[in-house]
Write a protein that binds this ligand. Structure first.
Ligand code: SAM
Length: 280
């Protein structure tokens, strides 16, 4: 049976339909599965945390390759299928939880995982792609890499160079913590049901050293988020409206950096944002 036949078989056997509200688009392309595993560089030493295993397409391959797989799935129907399929695997742990509510510190402690052995793999539910990635990065989950399938358009934003085209606040966050890399574009026909848009696999390799030195990380991200919240406004107005600092103070800093007082946040490099944050 190929992956498409297997997926249709499971859908029929368990009499389920994909739940759009949970972003369920099941992967049916063998080559994409192979490429995800290869990009994540999974070895027998690795503990993989899989987010949203669904019917278990990626899970099945991950269980063959990794020392341990911890899968986090919200949908009870999927949980029943995953238990049926994989409960005999000794290296499989299944959590019926909302990934956004997981306490990763606690999970890693409870599961006795060595910090540098973690890799995160997922065909992400698209309705919460950004919150999931922000959570993993801001909570500093000690992973080596995060290899995920996301919407093509989101992949562009996650892998852009800060200050260039296609950026958002998350571009700076990803770039600060990771070296992002595009792996492959995936057409919508590689899923059942086919989503409206194309997708892309990306790999985020966690940096050992941050690309800029910050006095206060929290303040840095607060400034970036505030300037993108009102991205049509100038940086001065955006930051002043969010109560971060007075217009005069921000203007003074921009002038000291040789920047125009009309500049927008999206035109600033990560180094420039760092300098502003450090000066504030
Ligand atoms: N990994 C499977 C595959 O590649 O075929 C399914 C991927 S599907 C795009 C996303 C999966 O995430 C679904 O199984 C869905 O039920 C699950 N999911 C949605 N919201 C979730 C949440 N908040 N926490 C954990 N899993 C969630």
């Amino acid at each position: 049976m190929n992956l498409e036949e297997e997926t249709k078989f499971l859908i029929k056997k368990y009499n389920i339909s994909a739940n759009k509200n949970l972003g369920q688009n099941f992967l049916i392309d063998e080559q994409v599965v192979e490429n995800i595993i290869e990009a994540a560089k999974i070895s027998q030493e690795d503990v993989v945390i899989e987010i949203g295993p669904g019917l278990g397409t990626l899970t099945s391959k991950l269980l063959e390759k990794a020392k341990k797989v911890i899968a986090i799935e919200l949908d009870n129907k999927m949980i029943n299928i995953l238990k049926d399929r994989f409960s005999l695997y000794k290296n499989f742990t299944l959590l019926n939880e909302d990934v956004l509510k997981i306490n990763f510190d606690k999970l890693i402690n409870e599961q006795n995982i060595e910090q540098n052995a973690i890799k995160i793999v997922a065909n992400l539910p698209y309705y919460i792609t950004t919150p999931i990635i922000m959570k993993l990065l801001e909570e500093k989950v000690p992973a080596q890499n995060i290899t995920v399938m996301v919407q093509k358009e989101v992949a562009d934003r996650l892998t852009a160079i800060p200050g260039e085209k296609e950026t958002g606040a998350i571009t700076y966050c990803v770039y600060y913590y990771c070296e992002p890399k595009k792996v492959m574009v995936v057409p919508n026909t590689s899923f059942i049901p086919a989503p409206k848009v194309n997708s892309e696999v990306i790999s985020l390799n966690l940096r050992k050293k941050a690309p800029v030195q910050l006095k206060d990380e929290k303040r840095f991200f607060q400034i970036i988020k505030a300037s993108f919240m009102q991205r049509r406004k100038t940086l001065i107005n955006g930051l002043a409206n969010s109560g971060i600092a007075s217009k005069e103070k921000i203007k003074e800093i921009l002038i000291s950096m040789g920047l125009s007082e009309n500049i927008r946040g999206e035109n600033l490099s990560i180094e420039q944002f760092a300098e502003i944050a450090n000066k504030l």
